[in-house]
Structure formats: structure tokens, C-alpha cells
Design a protein around this ligand. Structure first.
Ligand SMILES: Nc1ncnc2c1ncn2[C@@H]1O[C@H](COP(=O)(O)OP(=O)(O)O)[C@@H](O)[C@H]1O
Ligand SMILES: [Mg+2]
Length: 156
């Protein structure tokens, strides 16, 4: 279930995209580029790209904001967790559906709830609308490049 917002962490990347379904691949591409510049950023890629795609699609599909209002993305890697945010100027709130088993609808927040360490929705400070955030843990069992290098050095 969504959590309430108590504080705001510093943001390290922000971009605003047009509120259209065909902006979703660009949102995912920006996240991939952001993570490619972070140490071990690939450990977050699969889940974070999936969840960002769902949150972005929701902002486009469900927001009642005027179509010319942009959707804002924010990414920050803080203390070993990736935080993603998707801001829209609409008034509704993300509302997880009770069941998603036999229905394509309701899949987005089901996935967010299952795969994010935590998530929530907050009003935008000093502005209209809200943002939905998700905190993503690194994937377990990912090869640590420093360990791989050390093993290679020993073998040689
Ligand atoms: N950004 C948003 N703004 C307003 N309502 C939202 C937003 N995101 C999600 N919702 C609400 O939460 C519901 C569940 O979202 P989701 O699980 O992604 O299912 P779906 O998008 O298939 O309806 C949506 O149907 C919508 O009512
Ligand atoms: Mg959805």
C-alpha cells in the first residue's frame, strides 16, 4: 500500500516529457542513461525500467491535467537505493486494485507494490498535482565487478 510522504531527498536528475504514451520509451531510455553513469547502476535497471514505465503510463493515462502539462521524472541514487519519481499535474491518486490475476488492468501498481521496496504518493510542494515515488533495491546476486577483477588477477 502507498506510504505517505514525510520528507524529500535531494534529486540528482530531473526531466520533463510530453504527456503522451509515446514518451514512455524515452522515459525508460533516460533512466537507463542515468544508471549507466552510476557505479553498479545496472543492478537497478530491470525493475526500475519496468516500474518507471508503469508509473509514467499511469501519469499519461489517468491524470486529468490539461494535455499540455508535462510529466516530470526524477531519479536519485541514495544510500544504495534508487528512488524514481513521476510527477503529474492531475488530481487523482494511484489506487491499487484488489486483484490483477485475470485482468490486464491493475497490473501497474500491483507490480510497483510487489517489486519496489517502498512506494507512495505525495502532493507536489508549492504546485498542483502529485508525484508517485518508488524506492528500488539493487538486484541480488549481480556480479560485483571488483570481485571479478580480483579473481582474474589471481588466475593470471
Ligand atoms: N498518476 C495517476 N493519477 C491518477 N490516478 C492514478 C494514477 N496512477 C494510477 N491511478 C489510479 O490507480 C488505478 C490503478 O493503476 P494501475 O494499477 O496502473 O492499473 P491501470 O493503469 O491498468 O488502471 C488506475 O486505474 C487509476 O484509477
Ligand atoms: Mg497502469
Amino acid at each position: 500500500m502507498p506510504e505517505t510522504c514525510t520528507h524529500h531527498r535531494p534529486h540528482e536528475f530531473a526531466a520533463r516529457l510530453r504527456s503522451r504514451p509515446d514518451s514512455t520509451p524515452l522515459a525508460r531510455l533516460l533512466l537507463r542513461a542515468y544508471l549507466s553513469g552510476m557505479p553498479q547502476g545496472e543492478r537497478y535497471s530491470d525493475i526500475s525500467e519496468l516500474l518507471l514505465g508503469e508509473l509514467f503510463a499511469n501519469a499519461v493515462q489517468h491524470s486529468d491535467a490539461p494535455p499540455d502539462r508535462l510529466v516530470e521524472l526524477r531519479f536519485a541514487l541514495v544510500a544504495g537505493r534508487l528512488r524514481i519519481e513521476v510527477h503529474d499535474a492531475g488530481s487523482g491518486r494511484p489506487t491499487p486494485r484488489a486483484s490483477s490475476s485475470d485482468d490486464e488492468r491493475g497490473r501497474g501498481l500491483f507490480l510497483v507494490n510487489e517489486l519496489a521496496e517502498r512506494w507512495g504518493c505525495c502532493p507536489r510542494a508549492g504546485g498542483v498535482g502529485k508525484f508517485v515515488w518508488a524506492l528500488i533495491s539493487p538486484a541480488p546476486g549481480f556480479a560485483d565487478p571488483t570481485v571479478t577483477r580480483a579473481r582474474t588477477a589471481v588466475a593470471v
